[in-house]
Design a protein around this ligand. Sequence first.
Ligand code: DHB
Length: 400
Amino acid sequence: MTFTRRNLFALAATASFAATLAGLGLPVHAAMAADDTVKIGMIQPMTGPFASTGVEAVAGAKQYIADHGDTVAGKKIELVVKDDTGSPNETKRIAQELVVNEGADVLMGFGLTPLAFATAPIASQAKVPMVVTAAATSSITEKSPYIVRTSFTLPQASSAMGEWAAANGIKSVVTLVSDYAPGKDAQDWFVKTFEDKGGKVVEQLTVPLKNPDFSPFLQRVADNKPDAVFVFVPAGVGAQFMKQFRERGLGDAGIKLIGTGDVVDDQIVNDMGDVALGVVSAHHYTAALPSDMNQKFVKDFKAANGGMRPNFMAVGAYDGMALVYHALEKTGGDASGEALIEAMKGLSWESPRGPVSIDPDTRDMVQNIYIDRTEKKDGELYNVPIDTVENVKDPAKAAK
Ligand code: DHB
């Protein structure tokens, strides 16, 4: 039997509420968060192949609380972290438990697209805001009117890369992406923008998401002898990709590596070695952004996390918390789902990534996309911004 939060609140008004909950085997005290507390249930892969996403995101959310305190608009913020191991069934089950049994006011996280897709119906049924801080397939925000996203969309980053490549002497490209929804978004939007500007995509390769062996695909790239290979793999996976890219000698053969920033994410780029030098990527965040706000963020985050550098997953979650705080300020502490979602639409603030706002029509972020070149800076590898495309909306939705 499925109970929505709304059902529970309706039941709460009846004398039989406790008996009903007891009958369901639910502890009565745990059914709703206390009135003066706003409970944020953060679901992330904390173990398994995508654990790097969860580790960065949880640290990002905690950094926001450290910077801004745990009270907003008279409400105490309670962050509860759950590990879904990267399995969609787990994400959905945990989301349901958080909403029904633990009285979560907001769901947050969603490290991969399939995890966000699986949970969207729970947000709709329960009328609870679902803040997506990581997953980046364009269509995610269309799966429920309760979804708001603080990460990015692959079309935002890939279209900027397509334009940059065409404008900077690259004429032929092979695309190589992970074989699931964000990979398809990345491929489609790179191909579209690059070819619209006169470039030629000579082959489009898709690589399994789980346990990828890139070698045969890199051989295909080498055989094509393109000017560049455009790559999308999810956060963390770039380490394995770069190792095989070096072993195959593609860089030595004069094939440039371009991509969305996921392949050289800030958690792993410094361990990649010289093979990463000169990679050009497009993304909404790089730890090398020079603003005072970002430099303070990087310094504090590293100090709190044993030297780990914040990557775009950390910033996505930092801004997920910013979104909830600003929305609560706007509602005067009203944490009901409808009020929070309405308050979130159109919000704008300054993030370590630069100025951001929530597009009220799509519930996606409008933000700068930076073109970064991987360079050595103070003895470490960083994705250094060389160009900025300002205030980018999700082009996939603009096109509809
Ligand atoms: C997705 C996951 C990632 O780790 C990433 O870098 C981009 C997108 C996703 O599954 O949507």
